[in-house]
Design a protein around this ligand. Structure first.
Ligand code: HEC
Length: 304
């Protein structure tokens, strides 16, 4: 289109529509690719890639175990205002079970999951308010990224003792988090090793160096520096944990998968039903398509 054909005044500026559109398109593609690569690899600000939480949302026993852990270990500080206790009947619990094992004194099954701690208390005690967790799993999942359950699973499994932090704990998925590792006694003692490989100046020469930092079970670290001669790889940082009670740590991992399942369900309790209905709808459409197709063929048979 030439500029003289353009009906509005703005368009009469000399522009090259095709190139501009292509530029915009390229920028858009770039932005999408960038956000995809970030969201798939890391949680915002995290130091480790998110691990896939191994759970099936239709596993009621897992969801019930997750609910128990959530109510007993997280509701002290966090609320889940959008969820009422009696909604837990959707994952197979009865009113009596909810009353006996999940309610605190004075609460009724129709109550929402609120807590006594105020955001002000949270800020005073931990330096940050403990957010309401009703939809945290959904908030942590981006459309293109990993399910939010993966963030919870990774977050809950990457705490390490760190005496330099006010709470005595630090976290790889959420560095310098204000939340202490509230389930440390379930996971058992662990050591954390961080390995950083980077290039440094030494006597006027750039060399590769490996910095290994080990945080012991009490949160004190020791560092070791090693020059890597003839190193041909690339730089980067990696982390590993050593569980001193592997059995407890393995059970803790299974529990955290259940907790991630529950918190994913909590973010969208209609999820299971939505998926079930979806299957029936697709099945119906599939069968309906065959009928429509045959009917169409019959109608048009004589019109030629
Ligand atoms: C002792 C109080 C306390 C308990 C108990 C607690 N948290 Fe937290 N949690 C906090 C505080 C405080 C923050 C805010 C941290 C910050 O922003 O630095 C937080 C933040 C979080 C976040 C948000 C992290 C982010 O990336 O923004 C998640 C998820 C979370 N907690 C999950 C849990 C789960 C799951 C449990 C139960 C196993 C739990 N918390 C138990 C205090 C607590």
């Amino acid at each position: 289109m030439s500029s003289s054909q353009c009906p509005i005044a703005l368009c009469s500026m000399p522009i090259e529509p095709e190139r501009d559109v292509m530029k915009l398109f390229n920028k858009l593609l770039g932005a999408i690719a960038l956000s995809l690569s970030f969201s798939v690899a890391m949680a915002a600000g995290g130091l480790v890639p998110l691990e896939r939480a191994p759970f099936k949302l239709n596993d009621q026993a897992a969801l019930q175990n997750g609910a128990k852990i959530f109510v007993n270990h997280c509701l002290n500080c966090h609320g889940a205002r959008s969820l009422r206790y009696n909604r837990l009947k959707d994952i197979g619990l009865t009113d009596d079970q909810i009353r006996e094992s999940l309610l605190f004194t004075g609460q009724r099954v129709g109550d929402p999951m609120t807590i006594a701690m105020t955001p002000q208390d949270g800020t005073r005690w931990f330096g940050a308010a403990a957010p309401d967790l009703s939809v945290i799993a959904r908030a942590k999942s981006t459309n293109a990224g990993p399910p939010g359950g993966d963030y919870i699973y990774t977050y809950m499994r990457t705490f390490y003792r760190d005496t330099t932090q006010p709470t005595g704990w630090n976290n790889l998925a959420f560095p310098n988090a204000g939340m202490p590792h509230v389930m440390w006694d379930h996971q058992g003692p662990r050591e954390m090793t961080s390995r950083l490989i980077h290039r440094v100046e030494r006597d006027g020469q750039t060399v590769w160096e490996q910095l290994t930092k080990v945080y012991d079970t009490e949160g004190y670290w020791t560092a070791d520096v090693q020059v890597l001669n003839n190193y041909t790889g690339s730089g980067g940082q990696s982390f590993s944990f050593k569980a001193l009670d592997p059995q407890a740590a393995a059970q803790y991992d299974r529990d955290m998968a259940d907790l991630a399942a529950f918190m994913t369900w909590m973010g969208e309790p209609a999820l299971l039903k939505r998926k079930q209905i979806g299957v029936w709808v697709l099945l119906f459409l599939g069968i309906f398509f065959v009928f429509a197709w045959r009917l169409n063929a019959t109608y048009w048979k004589h019109v030629k």
